[in-house]
Write a protein that binds this ligand. Sequence first.
Ligand SMILES: [Zn+2]
Length: 146
Amino acid sequence: MSTSSGFLLPDIAEQTTAGFWEGTARGELLVQACDSCGARRMPPRPMCPVCRSTAVRWEPTSGRGTIWSFIVPHPPLLRAYSELAPYNVIVVALEEDPSIRFVGNLLASPDGEINEIDPATIRIGEPVRVVFQPIEDVALPRWVRA
Ligand SMILES: [Zn+2]
């Protein structure tokens, strides 16, 4: 949802995803897993696509992965983002389960901005690790080179 700053931020109280955001607030990158068959899934959703169970648990991850893909968003962009363009959006495949992927931004440093990295230097397969940036009431997962 859009916020007063103009950035798109998640509803951290939404029932299905709240556990994920509670994890990021503690500095943990969690992934939802089925409490019946163990299948991991991302993004979080109420029902297991494998066995249809609604029993869920949250599993910690290494917070490490590799860049699976990336883009450079082009206009039209929301104002808050157009002021930062050009910036990158990366898709990270999780180290311990590459079928689990996270969308975020590659930063030069944990407290950096999303436009610090020259997108021309980003390479598919680069190792990265998660960092958490506080933005309003959300600890947003972002990524730095590992
Ligand atoms: Zn299941």
